[in-house]
Design a protein around this ligand. Structure first.
Ligand code: URA
Length: 270
């Protein structure tokens, strides 16, 4: 029989990725198959035992997250006191009130030009962003770059961030509590960047930042007022690039939204 070729680490990792495994839960891999072998005692020697449920596995040790209200209050306080974007980033690096930080590789703070007149805000970093520490660098980021390019801009003329700055494990949807904890940070970030136009990408970002419960199909392309805390700016929701990748038919509407943004930046009425 021809022996099976040995699987290389690269092939094994590719297999894990295909199977949806995209994050490690502990620093060191645990080979469960190598755990102590179970040797059953000889049948006749075993005394009769009542049938008991198997013991539950011990929970992984974890640090207790702070109480929800305390976490939201401490995020608010930290964000309020950040004097600059760099100061805000440092505060967020030190902030331990959001459980997402424990599973994320790193903080994904922002990309682009802090002096830009336009700011794009997405939902939360994905795998690529978590690895690179920059927002929108994966597939949807490439499309966002093309969308920004369509109105004659690039990352040097735009500022990009997310409502949630830490990748949720396995890209799960952030919980309402996680969103509430992170909200003061993005609000302060918007206040410090102080763009003329804010573009919210997709439903979660739109509903969280613009305080609406309406869905993106109704909100996209409609101008909202956004109070940064120091002034009122204009905000326009549009589709999230990840959604456009799945539903390219909506690119036409996104294009209309971008034209409205370009017009607003030129000082045109909407
Ligand atoms: N999706 C987002 O909402 N943000 C990113 O940074 C990447 C993908």
């Amino acid at each position: 029989m021809t022996p099976e070729p040995a699987i290389s680490i690269r092939e094994l990792l590719a297999f894990y990725l295909e199977a949806g495994v995209d994050c490690a839960l502990t620093e060191e891999p645990v080979n469960r198959l190598a755990e102590p072998e179970f040797t059953p005692a000889p049948r006749e020697a075993a005394p009769a035992q009542p049938v008991r449920p198997a013991p539950l596995p011990l929970p992984l040790p974890r640090t207790e997250p702070p109480a929800p209200d305390a976490a939201v209050a401490s995020a608010r306080e930290a964000a309020r006191t950040a004097p600059t974007l760099e100061g805000l980033r440092e505060l967020m690096e030190r902030f331990d009130g959001c459980v997402l930080k424990a599973t994320a590789t790193r903080l994904v703070f922002a990309d682009g030009n802090p002096l830009a007149r336009i700011m794009f805000v997405g939902e939360a970093p994905g795998r690529d962003e978590d690895i690179e520490g920059l927002p929108f660098v994966g597939r949807s980021g490439k499309l966002l770059d093309r969308m920004i390019g369509a109105i004659g801009l690039d990352r040097s003329k735009a500022y990009i961030a997310n409502v949630i700055p830490w990748r949720p494990p396995g890209n799960r949807t952030p919980t309402p509590l996680e969103t509430q904890i992170c909200l003061p940070f993005i609000q302060r970030q918007i206040e410090l960047v102080d763009p003329d136009v804010l573009v919210t990408l997709g439903n979660p970002s739109t509903q969280t930042l613009l305080g609406t419960r309406e869905g993106i199909m109704r909100t996209r392309g409609r101008w909202f007022d956004y109070d940064t805390g120091t002034r009122v700016i204009r905000a326009l929701p549009t589709f999230h690039p990840a959604y456009l990748l799945r539903s390219p038919a909506y690119k036409r509407l996104a294009w209309q939204d971008l034209l409205a943004v370009a017009k607003a930046l030129r000082g045109g009425a909407s």
